[in-house]
Structure formats: structure tokens, C-alpha cells
Design a protein around this ligand. Structure first.
Ligand code: AMP
Length: 459
């Protein structure tokens, strides 16, 4: 997964990109980057591993730009290295090309091989660079035509922000897997993965970039085209379940509203009659736990405190990193838990590693009964479209039944939201969503080589 941000036509573009990335930091913590383009068209980049630190902010403050693109990354293809940090910047015969990508291209391996056969040399092992090469080779006229040309034949998930010359472009794949919103800040146009990044810069939300749409912003204004063949929409439901921030709107809908509805439905499907209180696994489950509490009439308590200076557990790309982080990321509030029968609400279980550690913490703090309620269906398959779910072998619900999982996690009872309950609870559901990781209903064939480290981004 990744967060992307772009702004054109603002004297403080670099600073705005920096602010936007602070609000998109939850979408990726492996690397961060900003490319700033000055009025003469010269692009300058700052990219670094990790999060947006004070040191990066100092570097950014030296870069004047009227257009800027930013990216926060966590890899779904391509290793976690600086060569794979984005935005990608390349110099071609027509000037600089800068690109930030959220998603995962499923035919990147084939496209890359084709380009390499024709002599292309790649600087990274991420899938996004394929689009940059295709842009550089395109003989089409306007930047929007070049982007349409470059994207024809590219399969998979992409929300893109691209700068070429004086033009800022935004594009979304025809199935609309990943969110992308357009906003306005005075005369400037802003694009961001989530509306929370528009809020922080003071931009007003204008609308979603539509699936299959390319929007080009230049000195003549905003031009929209739909050059790519239309497909059935497959917006990622996991954005509502887990990924996006609750203060955002994605796909034009409130994430907070969606999560509360998921929690309410969970309480209907899996009540916990003996429980005395409800708490969430912060932060991604807070809204769902509130919904559960509201529906069940149980008090909502803060029983787990999250250390905000430790990143999202999963965003550590290796198992060793993940294990170490669980221990330092959460601490139970003993006074809330001791002697109590409790409902712990989490948004999803993937490997079960974090959850098992959390249940042990809650028990050690004195909870008498632990009833785990999960505000999504069991994750039974990998995602090929931009969420970093592991291979099927590592997914606990792909191998074990709910009662076996309950035993493994050490809970008194376990209830997952049903697939129908989940799709029926999200705004504008149940149709038009991708739920492949829950249902096995993949809208495309799997990539020829799903191993993310074979050659390489996607996010
Ligand atoms: P685990 O028990 O190890 O499966 O971890 C479950 C936790 O991981 C839940 O609290 C989720 O909020 C979180 N989670 C689910 N999917 C992802 C993901 N793709 N990336 C990062 N964290 C995730």
C-alpha cells in the first residue's frame, strides 16, 4: 500500500506535499519521498527510508516548487530499499517525468521483460517504473494522451499522480481499486489518496477521480478523459475495513460511518451476552468497536494503549520485525481489565501473530473472559491489488477453522463478521467492491509471479 499526494499551481507546493504526507503516513512507513518541480520545469527529489522525519522536513524546506508530488510506501512488490522509494523521477527527451503510484500491476513482469528485450535498463525493482518507461517511449501528443497510451495494456491496480512538463495528471485504473480524490486550494489543484490529506492543507474536496479517468491539469485548466476500456468497478473493501483513516472519505464515503456500521452488524451477528465491556485494538478498530458498543449497549473502554511512536506492526516487512514490534506497541490498562469479561474488537486477523500476543497481554492484565469479535470476514487469500497480505500459507484463516483459530489465539469465543454482513454494511455496498482476499473471487487471473521480491513496488 502507499499514499500519494500531488499539487499544481501553488508557490508553497513542496510544503503542502510535506503536510499531505504527514496525513498519509499510515499508508506506508517503509519510505517517503517528495519531488518538487520549479517554474523552470526542473525536478528535485528527496527520498528516504522510513517516515517523514524532521531531517527530511529540513531538506524539503530548501526546495522551491510550484508543483510537487509525494509518496509514502510500503511494498507489495519490490524489496524495501531506497531504489524502490517513490516518486520515480526520470529525464526523457521531453523533459522530466515524475510518477507516484498506489496499487499493484499484475502484468508488470511481462511488461518489464518486453521493455528489457528492447534494451530498457531499470533503476529499481518496483512495478511502477514500467509505466515511466512506457511514458518515455510513447509518441502520443499531449501528456494525457501519452499517459493513456502508456496505460493501455497495463493490468491491475493503479492510482497514479504524474507530472510531465507543466502538466499534473491523475489516473485511476478502470476497476477503481485504490482511492484517489481531487481538491482545490485557491487556484491550485490537489490530488490525494485520502481526503484527510486535503484537510491538512486546507483544500476543499471536489470529487473522486473516477475509475478509468485521466485528469490533466495545466495552464488552461482541468481536462478529464476516459480513454481506458470500462470495467466493472472493484473498489477495495479493505480500505473501509482497515486501511484508510476514519476521518477520511474514500470512494466518496465516510470511513468512520462504514466502520461503525461494520461494528454494529458484528454485534448483531455475534453478540457476547456475558461481556461487561467492549474495547478496540487501537487505532484501526476504534470506530468498529464504538459501533459494537452502541449496538450491544455495553460500555466502550480504553483497555489497550498504543504507543504512537512505533509504526504499524505489519508495515515491518519481515516476520522478525513484526514480532518485536507487537511487544512494544501495545500496553493494557490493568484497572480496566482486571476481573472483567471483555469483548475485544479487531478489524481483521491476517496471520494471527499480533492478535495472539494481544490476547495474552489482555489475559495477563486480569481479564476473566476474552471474546474476540472481528469486523471483517476471515482473510483467506492474498491480495494482488495493492494490500500487503502474505501468501495463503501464512494466512491463519486459510488453514484453520474458526474454533481452531479461537483455541490458537486463546480466546473464550471468536466471531468474524460474515462476508454478506461486511459487504452489506459498507456505504454503497454490497456491489462494486473487490473482496477477493475474503471470498476468493478474484476479478483477474493471478499475476504470473506473485512473489513480491522476484523483481520487484507496487504498493
Ligand atoms: P495478526 O494478528 O498478526 O493477523 O494482525 C492483525 C492486525 O493487523 C489487526 O489489528 C489489523 O488491524 C492489522 N492488519 C490487517 N491487515 C493489515 C495489513 N495489510 N497491513 C498492516 N496491518 C494489517
Amino acid at each position: 500500500m502507499c499514499g500519494i499526494f500531488g499539487v499544481r499551481g501553488h508557490p508553497d507546493a513542496t510544503h503542502l506535499a510535506q503536510l499531505g504526507l504527514y496525513s498519509l503516513q499510515h499508508r506506508g512507513q517503509e519510505s517517503v519521498g517528495v519531488v518538487s518541480i520549479d517554474p523552470a520545469g526542473t525536478a528535485r527529489a528527496v527520498r528516504t527510508m522510513g517516515t517523514l522525519s524532521d531531517a527530511v522536513a529540513v531538506e524539503l524546506s530548501k526546495m522551491a516548487g510550484v508543483t510537487a508530488i509525494g509518496h509514502t510506501r510500503y511494498s507489495t512488490s519490490g524489496s524495501s530499499t531506497i531504489e524502490n522509494a517513490q516518486p520515480v523521477v526520470a529525464r526523457s527527451r521531453g523533459g522530466y517525468i515524475t510518477l507516484a503510484h498506489n496499487g499493484n500491476l499484475i502484468n508488470a513482469a511481462e511488461l518489464r521483460m518486453e521493455l528489457e528485450d528492447q534494451g530498457s535498463i531499470f533503476a529499481s525493482t518496483n512495478d511502477s517504473e514500467v509505466v515511466v518507461h512506457r511514458l518515455a517511449r510513447s509518441g502520443a501528443g499531449s501528456p494525457a494522451d501519452r499517459l493513456a497510451d502508456a496505460l493501455s495494456g497495463v493490468e491491475g491496480a493503479y492510482s497514479l499522480i504524474v507530472a510531465m512538463g507543466d502538466t499534473l495528471l491523475a489516473a485511476r485504473d478502470p476497476r477503481g481499486w485504490r482511492p484517489l480524490t481531487m481538491g482545490r486550494l485557491g487556484d491550485a489543484v490537489v490530488f490525494a489518496s485520502e481526503t484527510c490529506a486535503l484537510d491538512i492543507v486546507g483544500a476543499t474536496v471536489e470529487r473522486e477521480v473516477e475509475p478509468g479517468e485521466i485528469i490533466a491539469v495545466d495552464s488552461d485548466g482541468i481536462h478529464s478523459t476516459h480513454p481506458l476500456p470500462a470495467r466493472e468497478p472493484h473498489r477495495c473493501v479493505f480500505e473501509f475495513v482497515y486501511f484508510a483513516r476514519p476521518d477520511s472519505r474514500v470512494y466518496g464515503e465516510s470511513v468512520d460511518r462504514a466502520r461503525r456500521a461494520l461494528g454494529r452488524r458484528l454485534a448483531v451477528e455475534h453478540p457476547a451476552p456475558t461481556a461487561e465491556l467492549v474495547f478496540s485494538v487501537p487505532d484501526s478498530s476504534n470506530s468498529a468497536a464504538l459501533g459494537f458498543a452502541e449496538q450491544s449497549g455495553l460500555p466502550y473502554e480504553l483497555a489497550l494503549i498504543r504507543n504512537h511512536y512505533v509504526g504499524r506492526t505489519f508495515i515491518q516487512p519481515t516476520q522478525a520485525g513484526r514480532d518485536a514490534k507487537v511487544k512494544v506497541k501495545y500496553n493494557p490498562v490493568r484497572e480496566v481489565l482486571a476481573g472483567k469479561r471483555v469483548v475485544m474488537v479487531d478489524d481483521s486477523i491476517v496471520r494471527g501473530t499480533t492478535t495472539r500476543g494481544l490476547v495474552a497481554l489482555v489475559r495477563a492484565a486480569g481479564a476473566r473472559e476474552v471474546h474476540l469479535r472481528v469486523s471483517s470476514a476471515p482473510v483467506t487469500g492474498p491480495c494482488y491489488y495493492g494490500i500487503d497480505t502474505p501468501s495463503r500459507e501464512e494466512l491463519i484463516a486459510a488453514k484453520f477453522s474458526t474454533s481452531e483459530i479461537a483455541t490458537h489465539l486463546g480466546v473464550d469465543s471468536l466471531g468474524y463478521l460474515s462476508l454478506d454482513g461486511m459487504l452489506g454494511s459498507v456505504p454503497s455496498g454490497p456491489h462494486g467492491f473487490c473482496h477477493a482476499c475474503f471470498s476468493g473471487d478474484y476479478p483477474t487471473p493471478p499475476p504470473t509471479d506473485p512473489d513480491k521480491l522476484r523483481f520487484g513496488c507496487g504498493c
